[in-house]
Design a protein around this ligand. Structure first.
Ligand SMILES: [Mn+2]
Length: 363
């Protein structure tokens, strides 16, 4: 058999509302996802892939607007290679849904709620649509036997249980089920972060090719999977149009707002969505105006959020916790001290102690 190159994508979530963003930015992000989808189609040609596998949740819901459907259909035609698609839990094949109401191009195969096998050249794809009525089914147990003298790939939208996201009721998948599958490769979808499952049968989640929120941080993309007589090679390719980042900024040793602002500005990038979490117990900065700060810096980003969890001394509560006892004891020492140098030292000890008790790192 000749070698085979597969472009495997999942969880694009086209049409998602981006509820955490203001409407104008949400609209731009929805356009971004379409651009990312187009990049994926470009990649089928530039990477000389033989097939495109879409492992579920291409759309964020089963009833996308007509303009989005025609965009996807036209892009799929442009791919000029066979496309194999399974509906996921977000875009299930239900009455009136995108997959049951539209004619997709002749190069596109959409799998239904029972496993079926489609062959093309040296490749056999065993695919199944996600079925919300059988959500807890161990679906790999129903996988057909591999075809001889073919590369056998399973296409499934489900939850690999070892990853323990408390999310296993979407077609749960066990490690043993992957190992016992006799496939050459299992193309997975559902989890939004790239994850390669290294067992005797290789399997992979490509993750969302473009972040959908602050749980989807960092660069993202699709995977190119090469199959030949020596085995399987999985190569991630980043195609995201923007990037999400979360920044934990510890402010205990900061002396003014400018210092915080400078730290945030170091992250400037018009293609970035940044969420800053301020924490710590600084000596001054008692009236940090995070809204004004946000207005001043936000133009350096596509989107910026500042979450102010800074503790000011007036927030310190003497309650019956260990922290409360510590605060009470330190405040006693501070008020009992007559040496200004010692007072300063004790105040710093109080702030660092609270930071440590809150689970922060001491620098
Ligand atoms: Mn899903």
């Amino acid at each position: 058999m000749k070698s085979l190159r597969v472009l495997h994508v999942a969880d694009v979530h086209l049409g998602i509302k981006f509820k955490g963003l203001p409407p104008a930015k949400a609209r731009i992000r929805r356009e971004d996802l379409k651009k990312t989808f187009s990049k994926m189609i470009d990649l089928t040609q530039s990477s000389r892939s033989n097939v495109l596998l879409i492992a579920g949740d291409l759309f964020d819901d089963p009833y996308p607007p007509p303009s989005l459907i025609s965009f996807v259909i036209n892009e799929m035609k442009r791919a000029q290679i066979p496309v194999f698609l399974i509906p996921g839990n977000h875009d299930p094949m239900v009455k009136g849904s995108v997959y049951s109401e539209n004619d997709f191009p002749s190069n596109v195969t959409i799998f239904d709620k029972e496993f079926s096998t489609k062959t093309i050249g040296d490749l056999a794809v065993h695919g199944i649509a996600y079925d919300s009525e059988k959500f807890d089914k161990h679906i790999l147990k129903d996988l057909p036997e591999p075809l001889p003298d073919k590369y056998n790939i399973a296409l499934v939208h489900g939850s690999y249980k070892v990853m323990d996201f408390g999310d296993e009721n979407y077609y749960p998948i066990e490690k043993e089920e992957i190992e016992g599958s006799k496939m050459d490769y299992i193309a997975l979808g559902h989890f939004h972060t790239f994850h390669e499952i290294k067992t005797s049968v290789p399997a992979c989640y490509p993750g969302t090719p473009d972040g959908l929120g602050f749980n989807d941080t960092g660069q993202r993309g699709v995977v190119l999977v090469d199959l030949d007589k020596n085995g399987v090679n999985i190569n991630p390719n980043n195609i995201n149009s923007k990037v999400y980042e979360t920044y934990e900024l510890e402010c205990t040793d900061m002396v003014n707002e400018m210092e915080i602002e400078t730290k945030i500005r170091e992250k400037s990038d018009p293609g970035k969505l940044l969420r800053v979490k301020l924490s710590g117990v600084p000596e001054k900065l008692l009236k940090l105006d995070s809204e004004t700060m946000l207005e001043e810096i936000e133009d350096s980003f596509f989107h910026l959020e500042i979450i102010d969890n800074i503790t000011s001394p007036s927030d310190l509560q003497v309650d019956n916790t260990i922290k409360g006892a510590f605060i009470s004891k330190m405040q006693g020492k501070i008020s009992g001290s007559n040496d200004p140098e010692e007072k300063k030292l004790l105040e710093r000890a109080l702030r660092l102690g609270i930071q440590a008790l809150d689970g922060g790192e001491i620098r």
